[in-house]
Structure formats: structure tokens, C-alpha cells
Design a protein around this ligand. Structure first.
Ligand code: NDP
Length: 333
């Protein structure tokens, strides 16, 4: 499959160029807002073409798909243009700044008969799949609660728009809570109904929250507790799922890399659970390319991206107003 990159970003550089190539995808063009940055990126990654004109890039009939990893406010116009040009879209999270825009992108792709996927990489992790399989097999009985620990330290090279630019979709809630919402939906197979939350700006940046804690009510009666931050250097990450017959402890699994450990505790004792350690992003590309070839769905569809955004927006709204908020999925199935 022939790809173009829309955005000369860190995630493209660190993970996605390698992930696409690991799945035999060919990257033929890269777009940036700066010609110099586009050229430098193309040279660094041996990409034959680069430029700053989106229409020119999309006019290339040999390009099958685009990967969009620009700042969040640009996803909407770039995705709509790509869909109009008949390209399949793998878009970064959060899909957009509001629910209407996210749903509009996904519906446009659906109407055009194109594959649209959200790059929620954690669904592709062997550890998350193993936890999901344990829950589905009934090993922990009825799920009572899920605790998500995703408080990290934002590295200095990423302390830009994420902490300083609300207009670009900055803030820990659109950045990380959106991933945690997708994890909860993936593991439990149900969508949060309502949320309560608090958020805080500790001064790392300007104008956006850098920490959030929230509690979500699930249709089954299970409760989800979620903690995200940009300011915690030593907290590590993980998740715990507690059920009537057992508990699952997954440590260091809210990461970009195939690491971590899983332990199951039941009346029979403690059991270490093995899992597959494949590259999360390459697995996401594999599923995307298979979907384009007519084989199944992407790991996280566009509608999954709309729903994770809906939960994140509810968390921010609940924290801002100090009230419990029902999650508005905007009629998305
Ligand atoms: P970056 O800040 O690295 O890149 C975002 C944009 O900033 C780029 O498209 C680029 O614009 C511009 N930019 C990059 N480097 C520079 C620079 N040195 N000077 C000036 N501008 C620069 O962001 P990330 O890669 O961290 O995030 C991009 C998107 O990916 C976001 O939507 C984010 O939420 C998502 N993301 C997803 C992850 C996942 O695991 N799914 C992980 C990390 C991010 P231009 O393209 O115009 O050159």
C-alpha cells in the first residue's frame, strides 16, 4: 500500500514510519507546514517526496492512504480533504476538538466507502488483549471496577502545544484521557454512561489542564477510575481490573512499547499471565491495511475515535462545571 504522511511529527518519526514499513507499506510523500521541515523529514526517513501543499499531495492517484499526525485542530480539514480525494485515513487521536467535527470526518469516510481508523495503539498491545481475554473468559467473574493509572511526565521536547495551546487541542484530557476512554471501552466492551471529574493546571504550561482524575459509571454497574497527568516523573503506569472472582494487575502497560507484566489473583493464588510482545503501532497498521484490502475492521475504527473523544469531552466538562455529566455520543452507534 502506498502512504503519504500528513504531518512531520514526533510520533511519525519515532513510531509510525517504522510501523508502516514493517507492514510493507511504502511511504511516498510527507507534508508539513514548513517546506524546510518537510524536506528534512523526507531526507531523514528516505521518503522520495515532500511538500507543503495538501491538494497537490492528494492529487497523486497512486497514494492509497494518509496518516494524519498534525496538531489536533488540523485533523478535521486534512481528513475531509483526504476523504474527498478518495484516500483511506488513519488519523491520530483526538480525532478533532469537538464531537461534531469528529463525527463529520468519520461519516464522510463511511459515505465515500473509505476506511477510517483512529490510532488508539493500546488496543493493539498484547498486554491489553490478554487482559481483555481474561475478563471475557470469566476468570475474574463479574467486573466490579477498573482503575487506570496513566500519569506520566511529558518530556521536554513535547512541552509545546500540548501544554500551551488550547486552540491546537492541548491538555492532558484530549491527549491521554482519550486513550484511557478507549482502553476502558475495549477491555469492558461497554461505553461509559456518566462521569465526575476534577482537573488541575499545576503551572507546567499555560491555559490547559496538566492533570485529571475522573470516575466513570458503566452500563453494567462497573465503575472506572482514571488518572492522567503530564507531571508525574516516577508514577509508572498500569491498570487493575477487579471482579467478584479475581483481580488483574497489569503494570507498565499504558505505554507505547510492548512491555509490562500481568498478574491474576484468585482464590487459587497468584498467576503470572504471559502475552505477546509485538510492536503496537505495526499491529495497528497491519489491521488498517487488512481493512483496506477488505479483511475485517481497523483495530480502532473512526467511531471508536468519536466515542473516546465523547468521554474525554465529558470529563473536561464535568471537571470544569463540578457536576456529574452524562456522556453525549452524538447519536454515534
Ligand atoms: P509534534 O509536536 O511532534 O508534532 C505535531 C506538529 O508539530 C507536526 O505536525 C509539525 O507540524 C509540528 N512540529 C513538529 N516538530 C516541530 C518543530 N521542531 N518545530 C516546529 N513545529 C514542529 O506532536 P506529536 O507527534 O507528539 O503529536 C502529533 C499528533 O499525534 C497529535 O494529534 C497527538 O495527539 C498524536 N499522538 C498520538 C500518539 C499515539 O500513541 N497514538 C502518541 C503521540 C502523539 P508540520 O506537520 O506542519 O511540520
Amino acid at each position: 500500500m502506498r502512504w503519504a504522511l500528513i504531518g512531520a511529527s514526533t510520533i511519525a518519526r519515532q513510531y509510525m514510519v517504522g510501523a508502516i514499513r514493517a507492514q510493507q507499506g511504502e511511504i511516498v510523500n510527507v507534508l508539513s507546514g514548513s517546506g524546510e521541515r518537510a524536506r528534512a523529514f523526507a531526507v531523514e526517513h528516505h521518503i522520495p517526496r515532500s511538500g507543503t501543499d495538501l491538494d497537490e499531495l492528494l492529487a497523486d492517484p497512486t497514494i492509497d492512504a494518509v496518516y494524519i499526525s498534525t496538531t489536533n485542530e488540523k485533523h478535521l480539514p486534512q481528513a475531509l480533504a483526504a476523504i474527498k480525494a478518495g484516500k483511506h485515513v488513519l488519523c491520530e487521536k483526538p480525532l478533532a476538538l469537538n464531537l461534531e467535527d469528529a463525527a463529520a470526518m468519520v461519516r464522510a469516510a463511511e459515505e465515500a466507502g473509505l476506511v477510517f481508523a483512529t490510532n488508539h495503539h493500546l488496543r493493539c498491545s498484547g498486554s491489553h488483549r490478554a487482559v481483555r481475554a481474561l475478563i471475557a473468559s470469566g476468570r475474574i467473574g463479574r467486573v466490579l471496577s477498573l482503575r487506570l493509572h496513566h500519569a506520566v511526565f511529558l518530556p521536554p521536547h513535547l512541552q509545546g502545544w500540548r501544554i500551551n495551546a488550547p486552540d491546537a487541542g492541548g491538555g492532558v484530557i484530549p491527549d491521554i484521557t482519550v486513550h484511557d476512554a478507549d482502553v476502558a471501552r475495549f477491555l469492558l466492551g461497554e461505553d461509559p454512561v456518566s462521569v465526575v471529574a476534577q482537573m488541575k493546571s499545576s503551572g507546567l504550561g499555560k491555559g490547559v489542564e496538566d492533570s485529571a482524575m475522573s470516575v466513570w459509571a458503566m452500563p453494567s454497574g462497573a465503575m472506572v477510575m482514571s488518572h492522567e497527568s503530564f507531571t508525574h516523573p516516577f508514577a509508572g503506569s498500569g491498570l487493575e481490573v477487579h471482579g467478584t472472582d479475581g483481580s488483574i494487575f497489569a503494570r507498565d502497560v499504558m505505554t507505547q512499547n510492548p512491555i509490562g507484566s500481568i498478574e491474576l489473583v484468585t482464590a487459587s493464588g497468584r498467576e503470572v499471565i504471559g502475552f505477546d510482545h509485538h510492536d503496537l503501532y505495526a499491529e495497528g497498521v497491519r489491521r488498517f491495511q487488512a481493512a483496506v484490502a477488505g479483511d475485517g475492521e481497523p483495530a480502532a475504527t473512526g467511531f471508536d475515535g468519536v466515542k473516546s473523544l465523547a468521554v474525554a469531552l465529558a470529563v473536561r466538562d464535568a471537571a470544569a462545571r463540578g457536576v456529574r455529566v452524562d456522556v453525549n455520543y452524538g447519536g454515534v452507534r
